[in-house]
Structures are given as structure tokens and as C-alpha cells.
Design a protein around this ligand. Structure first.
Ligand SMILES: Cc1cc2nc3c(=O)[nH]c(=O)nc-3n(C[C@H](O)[C@H](O)[C@H](O)COP(=O)(O)OP(=O)(O)OC[C@H]3O[C@@H](n4cnc5c(N)ncnc54)[C@H](O)[C@@H]3O)c2cc1C
Length: 317
């Protein structure tokens, strides 16, 4: 399969920018073009050109439709143009689109891709399987590889509004069945961007109660760090919002410093921190698996260590 055009789809502008950067790098190495499929107004279509697309397939505004309603339109485009890959942002909606596209086009979808590369003239994707316990490298058996990517896999390029490109309006193909939107509820706006954080303080189940997060946030404030978490704190205990958890089903981070506090270091969590430059672990159990991955470790009770760290950092200010 000769590597040709790479396409990108995400209804999230920030994720779209990252995917376009990834597609650009690959396309520049192989001589292919980069196209974005955009749902939104004309400004969004132009933004995709600025973010690195050579061409935009503009599906128009969402209006009363759901993102999934555009699947037949996207499937039609893929069938007629046959790009060699379609990179989809792994948001909730993006995953729904990817699954439905796989069914519509009778192809597999490679999910949670961590690396995307060309060997010979074949695109390959490496992704996590068995809940993050192993990595599998796959190539597509069909003409178009459909793959999903979370935040933080590619670095977005600086937007260049002077970039020119073609914007092609694509008529909407009505799906056979449509979801009915019953209600919209506002979600509290989130300012968390773990993927971009330079320092991350990550509490785990070693914390005994929600109020103890106060000292974690105080420590993070003094370190000018973002607060992440392990999954149990965000799903189950619900002490923190879900966008804060790190790991195979959460965020992948690349900070200069990761500080795990009361985190055991199960593989599903640690796959999300492997690109951290310095890993520090605080745990009262010296056998905790996180120590094996840590550059520095403190064996002891977090309830003694964290207040001491706070005191020391305050003294240095
Ligand atoms: C399919 C699947 C996907 C998953 N995805 C994710 C994911 O994306 N992210 C994720 O985080 N998890 C994920 N998990 C869950 C994961 O397997 C672990 O259960 C989880 O990461 C454990 O979180 P933890 O380290 O906070 O808790 P625990 O494993 O309970 O560890 C708590 C640690 O705190 C230490 N501790 C206790 N008290 C103190 C104290 N006073 N001072 C110091 N240390 C103390 C203990 O020694 C222990 O090591 C997933 C699981 C499955 C099955």
C-alpha cells in the first residue's frame, strides 16, 4: 500500500490540532497530503487549514445533529477518496464515530494508538492491549486504516493563519436512524490540561479521605504543578473529576516531574507516566511497584511526609 493522504477528524479543536500535527509529520516524510474533516462553521474549517491541513472537507454546522449523525457522510467520503489513514480523536463522540465507521466500512479500528509510523511503505500503529499490560503493533488489512488517538500523543503545531488550502463543502447524508437529543446539561468548565503540564502531583488510594486532598492541592500549588490522580479517586470515590486521572483509560502525561503520593503503581496507571522525565514516589510500602519506576523514592507515611514537604517548600519561598 503506497502511503498517500492522511485524514484527521475530531470535533475537539485542540485534539484536531494535535492530530493534524501528527499527520503532517508523517505526510511530510512520505509525500502525502493532509486533510481534515470538519463539523462546524466556516471559521472552524479555516482554523483546520491554519493548524496544518492542506484540504478541508467541510460538513457544515452541527445544528440539531449529533456528531455521530455525520458517520454516513464521513463513510461516503472515505469510500470515494480512500485515504490511507483516518486519525480520529478519542473523545467520547470520536470513539462513537470510529466504531460506527468501522461497522459502516467493514473494517477494524485500532484504538488508543500511542505511536504511528511508516515502515517501508506501510503505516503501522502501536497501541496498548490487555488494559495496558502489553503493546501490539498493527498494520491495516484494509485500504484505509482507522485509528483513534487520545490527547498528548502529538505536539500541536503553532497555528499559521496564512496557510492556504482548499475547503470542500460536503452535503450531509441522512443516517438511517438518528439519536434523539432529549436534554443538554451544562458541565462545569474544566481548566485541567494534564497532557501539557510540566509537573504533576498524583495522589492515590493511599489518601484516607477527600479532605486530605487539600494538602495535595497545597503541595501542588507550591510546586506550581497540576494535580492528577489514580482512577479510584475519580471513578468510584468520585473525589476528583475524571479528566484528572492518568493511565490507560485516562490521560497520558509527559511532565518533567511526576510525584506519586500513595500510589501503588499498577500497570494501568503507570503506562500513562512512562514519558515523565523524573518520577518520584512516596509510599509506606517499600514493595510498591511504583518504586521500580521511580528515580527517587521515599518510603514512609504520606501523612508525615507531605506536611514536611509543604513546610520545606514554604520556607524556601
Ligand atoms: C481495565 C482497567 C483499566 C484501568 N485503568 C486505569 C487507569 O487508567 N488509571 C489508573 O490509575 N488506574 C486504572 N485502573 C485501576 C488500576 O488497576 C489500579 O487499581 C489503580 O491504579 C490503583 O490506584 P492506587 O494506586 O491509587 O490504589 P492502590 O493500588 O490501592 O494503592 C494505594 C497505595 O497507597 C499506599 N498507601 C496507603 N496508605 C499510605 C500512607 N499513609 N502513606 C503512604 N502510602 C500509603 C499503599 O501502600 C498502596 O501502595 C484500571 C483497571 C482496569 C481493570
Amino acid at each position: 500500500m503506497a502511503v498517500k493522504d492522511l485524514w484527521v477528524f475530531s470535533e475537539k479543536t485542540s485534539l484536531q490540532a494535535e492530530l493534524l500535527a501528527g499527520a503532517r509529520t508523517l505526510a511530510e516524510a512520505t509525500g502525502g497530503g493532509v486533510a481534515a474533516i470538519v463539523v462546524g462553521d466556516e471559521t472552524s474549517a479555516k482554523a483546520a487549514l491554519a493548524q496544518g491541513a492542506d484540504k478541508v472537507f467541510w460538513l457544515g454546522e452541527k445544528a440539531d445533529k449529533l456528531v455521530e449523525d455525520f458517520v454516513p457522510t464521513i463513510a461516503g467520503l472515505v469510500q470515494s477518496h480512500k485515504p490511507c489513514a483516518l486519525l480520529i480523536g478519542a473523545s467520547k463522540r470520536g470513539k462513537a464515530v470510529a466504531g460506527r465507521l468501522g461497522a459502516a466500512l467493514d473494517t477494524t479500528v485500532i484504538t488508543d494508538v500511542k505511536k504511528f509510523f511508516v515502515e517501508g511503505d506501510v503505516i503501522q500503529a502501536s497501541h496498548l492491549i490487555f488494559g495496558g499490560g502489553a503493546v501490539r503493533v498493527e498494520k491495516s488489512a484494509t485500504e484505509t486504516m482507522i485509528a483513534t488517538f487520545g490527547l498528548g500523543i502529538f505536539e500541536p503545531l503553532a497555528a499559521d493563519p496564512s496557510r492556504q488550502g482548499e475547503i470542500i463543502q460536503v452535503p450531509f447524508i441522512e443516517p438511517k436512524t438518528r439519536w434523539t437529543l432529549r436534554e443538554r446539561k451544562p458541565k462545569p468548565p474544566s481548566t485541567v490540561n494534564l497532557a501539557a503540564a510540566k509537573k504533576v502531583v498524583c495522589p492515590g488510594r493511599g489518601l484516607q479521605k477527600k479532605e486530605d486532598l487539600d494538602m495535595i492541592f497545597e503541595l501542588a500549588g507550591l510546586l506550581e504543578a497540576e494535580v492528577g490522580a489514580t482512577r479510584p479517586l475519580c471513578e468510584g470515590l468520585d473525589w476528583l473529576p475524571r479528566e484528572r486521572y492518568i493511565g490507560v483509560s485516562g490521560a497520558f502525561i509527559k511532565p518533567d516531574l511526576y510525584l506519586g503520593i500513595g500510589v501503588s503503581g499498577q500497570a494501568q496507571h503507570t503506562v500513562g507516566i512512562t514519558e515523565s522525565r523524573v518520577v518520584v514516589a512516596i509510599n509506606k510500602d517499600e514493595e510498591a511497584p511504583l518504586f521500580a519506576q521511580a528515580d527517587y523514592g521515599i518510603v514512609g507515611d504520606l501523612y508525615a511526609i507531605v506536611p514536611e514537604l509543604i513546610k520545606a517548600l514554604k520556607a524556601r519561598k
